[in-house]
Design a protein around this ligand. Structure first.
Ligand SMILES: [Zn+2]
Length: 66
């Protein structure tokens, strides 16, 4: 049963998609567990993560500008 934190996690993830972010595609498991964009199917997904990591911010910057 998802709690409020898990729902925030999924919502933030979906907002990430809406601004063009793809699923986190790195081998580093620490980055994956910190990223809001790690796929729910990935074993390193962290359902208690509710805010973008520095990896996510870097992805946004590389996609949208500087
Ligand atoms: Zn997704």
């Amino acid at each position: 049963m998802p709690n409020d934190t898990n729902i925030k996690c999924v919502t933030t993830h979906e907002v990430g998609h809406s601004v063009g972010l793809a699923h986190t595609n790195v081998v580093n498991s620490t980055l994956k567990s910190q990223s809001i964009m790690t796929s729910g199917e990935d074993s390193f997904v962290n359902w208690n993560n509710t805010s973008p990591s520095s990896y996510d911010k870097d992805e946004l910057l590389s996609k949208w500008g500087y």
